[in-house]
Design a protein around this ligand. Sequence first.
Ligand SMILES: Cc1cc2nc3c(=O)[nH]c(=O)nc-3n(C[C@H](O)[C@H](O)[C@H](O)COP(=O)(O)OP(=O)(O)OC[C@H]3O[C@@H](n4cnc5c(N)ncnc54)[C@H](O)[C@@H]3O)c2cc1C
Length: 415
Amino acid sequence: MSGGMSAARVGLGVGSLGASADRADVVIVGAGIVGLSAALAAVDAGAEVVVVERSAEAQGASVRNFGHLAATPQAGLAARLAARSAEIWQRLEQDAGLWVRRSGTHVVARHLDELRVLEDFAASRAQAGAAADVRLYDAAEFLQQVPISAADVVGGAWLPRDLQVNPRQALGAVTAYLERRGVEFRRRTTVTGLRSGFVDTSRGVIAAGLTVVAVNHDIDTLLPELAERAVVRRCALDMVRVRAELAMPMPAPLLTGWSLLRYAGFADSPAIPALRERLQQDHPGLASLDVNLMATQLPDGSIILGDTHSRGEAVSPFQSEHAFDELLRAGSTLFGTRLDVLERWQGVYATAPEELLIDEPTPGVRVVAATTGIGMTTGPALGELAVAEHLGPTFSPAQPTSIRAASAHLQKGLS
Ligand SMILES: Cc1cc2nc3c(=O)[nH]c(=O)nc-3n(C[C@H](O)[C@H](O)[C@H](O)COP(=O)(O)OP(=O)(O)OC[C@H]3O[C@@H](n4cnc5c(N)ncnc54)[C@H](O)[C@@H]3O)c2cc1C
């Protein structure tokens, strides 16, 4: 390997493997957005980087999602990571040719309890000195901008800071960019074991100065004890891509009242319990599927619509047509038009009581995962965080916190 960080500088200690042994300053396990972001931070700091990906092409959660970078409704550490991630995404727009839309997020209120949550959120952002984060609209103003059915709309909000990417384009573009920067990808190669300084793979051992594990829900098979300690389970989601005749293009990702129950940033509103109860009473079918009704429009005009949630140590791969019926009926009511299904798929992500998993189970082996559906929003900074301390002074001062501080923060519990 040439250039970059020398073995001595990162303390590889791999002499026993001999001159022909595989080695790298930083080995990343998993080529999803979190792993790629760790690779980006490492290569930026001059490290030699190998990414090990078990598939021929990464097709995990990072390509199956909405592409909604919802920084505004995050709280605690996730909010700080989301803010830093937005910077990284915009840098990748320039460097890697990503499609990044400065769209903000629209949130529709179709009941007064939903509007109340949005008003509480706007007030709390204003109190925090960030009034510009939330713009409230009455029904007429909202409907002028968002192509949905007017039925039941009582108002809405726009969160101008949020961004949108096309997940189907983003991962490939970042991968290609990293390859141009000299990052080596070992595809169709599975990591089977992790030790301090060594990564066991289905194609042999790689000596590593630092290993970053970014395997999302597969942490439960690769590091089962850590997964059990952090109470990591799997969450499976039903998703569709549809075509619909809309009055105008969607200017931004669209959240609904269901979404207000999801994000930590809305959780402090005193109106949340009543909203939850009312949604459960009025829509038992959607509630039983744990639906978060939301949509994003891709550059080709088609719309990603979702999603249901089903959690467990194992999740069923069999997607029920009933769930799709419920989702499509709700989507059709929302948009006030027929939806023609183009594709259906299942996404899976790690879920746990904490929103983020940051750990170092063995010295030099760092594990990072979003353990709820916010990995596109927080993943770039989470990957960066995983290599931050290791790469030391070359690292950007914009980094919110070190991995140890972040772990300690998480252990104490996020406010
Ligand atoms: C349907 C859906 C919608 C979502 N919508 C959003 C959204 O709009 N906004 C948002 O912020 N977040 C969203 N999320 C969450 C977000 O997509 C994920 O949190 C994020 O993509 C996780 O990235 P990752 O790199 O950790 O995991 P992944 O993208 O799943 O990548 C992990 C990679 O690790 C590889 N791997 C696993 N085990 C091994 C091994 N032993 N050896 C080698 N390689 C291995 C896998 O093959 C995979 O490629 C959504 C998720 C889903 C499923």
